[in-house]
Design a protein around this ligand. Sequence first.
Ligand code: AGP
Length: 617
Amino acid sequence: MCGIVAYVGKKQVYPILMKGLHRLEYRGYDSAGICIYNRNRLNIYKRRGKVADLEEFVSDKDVSGTIGIAHTRWATHGEPNQCNAHPHFSQFADLALIHNGIIENYQTLKKELIKQGRTFYSETDTEVLVQLIDYIRMKSEVSLIDAVHQALSQVVGAYAVAIMSKESPRTLIVARKGSPLVIGIGKDEFLAASDATPIVEYTKDVVYLDEEEIAVLSISPKGKPKMEITNLKNVKKVPLIRKLEMNLSALEKGGYPHFMLKEIYEQPKTIRDSLSGRINIERNTVALSGVIDNKEKFLKARRIIIVGCGTSWHAGLVGEYAIEELARIPVEVEYASEFRYRDPLIYPDDVVIAISQSGETADTLAAVKIAKQRGAFVYGICNVVGSSIARATDSGSYMHAGPEIGVASTKAFTAQVGVLVLLALALAKEKKIINGSRMEQIIKAMYELPGKIEQSLKQNGAIADFAKIFTYSRNFLYLGRGYSYPLALEGALKLKEISYIHAEGYPAAEMKHGPIALIDAEMPVVVIAAQKENYEKILSNIQEVKARQGRIISIVSEGDTEVKALSDFSVEIPQTEAMLMPILACIPLQLLAYHIAVQKGCNVDQPRNLAKSVTVE
Ligand code: AGP
């Protein structure tokens, strides 16, 4: 929900912090701030607005120094303004702290601190934490690190924090619980950030802090780096240093006007990468190591429960249809936020699949923990290597879609669908209930996907043209049946989250049960009719809409004539297997949402009120 970045070393810290904030801005962008130590002062600058507004504000300030912390915010407590922006500082301004997460018991802590004479300038939970650390340090006369340990032990909730102090101007203290934090180990320098994007250009050696761990990162006066990691019980931990797989080019727009468009166009490659090494067309087989290593768990599974949020939940619905069709295992798909709070019935022979692009979504992480506590085998489908959900699950398959920067998920969705179809195939193979020719059909169709996505992308110009007509529409309906129903939901989500136009996805047959009352000439209806199954039925649904002056935008298979004849606008996609059609049909839906939002002048990569990773509840 927020982005934090910190640096200690020999370089000038300001450019490192600001570039890091830009890299993290997709996580939250309603206010931003930095703190740099220099000449025995913690120099704090904070602004409402985007990182660019902060840069303008500090353009005439002294920002020299070699240690600093920086934060870009998505407000949880306290409105987005300069006062509530991070970094927050202690009463005597000798401590500064940035935080990503939510401190649930901050009101109780704040009341106690006020009783002890502490005053507060902001409405945030974060300020309570820095004041608590300062209060403990002064009252108990303990070291800063001990005060941090004691303060964090009192915190209920989630945090990823970076702390600096006037008394130790070459030391950063970072800690995490429930929110992600990555440490970069450079040459005589350390970085810490919410994810690896601010770190990758300085070092590929990283440590992912685990739950309730605290790291002290310091540079001696002689320039010698030192890192110490302990948990809240003060037990030392030997850090596991991993190599980052990410490269810098993935973090730039590469000539596209927006990350979202770049990521839409990356899909031929990301689908190829997500299938690479997992399908073999010559040997007519699939191989998902997570399934092979745990096949007993899957073979004895009475049911599979898929949990996720937003787009990941939509991908889960496609997975439900594919797994039930091929592997004949009952599947339930649950919103992670509902699953975690309804005391779900979970049995030891259940398999729970958690889908999350960021691997940090709080509700999905909580669902994973509950499923594990109740004895289920938990399998993750994530995009970010080393993310919290990836590390909390028993096993899993990475999506290999590369960093997804645009807040609206595009390449992650199609990669998730690809991995889920692979999983369905792999389970059917392990259960020996799929014959060679069916396997061959699907594998061949998967192999052809990148080329067919390229073909679908060629419709971009036509979609951009007719999107202009709908710039001022106020409502949309998206309809689909079977594998197209999850796609109707996903297409509606894409449109509403970047263009702010209200849009609803429905199973096409549901129209008669109410929504058809909405149809008139002002209601554009997007119909996904690109599969043979139930074709006649969806044709009737289109006729019902036309009879009420609804305007039809249809996604059809190449060569279609009947639906096209009834449509005001139609986009053709290449034919493919029904369970893979969501990957192809999603392309025009992503482009339609993108072009309407651009026409409306919306901030496509950073839509209002949203953040890329919802790491708070
Ligand atoms: C999708 O476009 C949205 N950005 C959002 O619904 C997202 O899919 C959801 O927050 C889940 O995120 P995750 O996949 O990282 O868990």
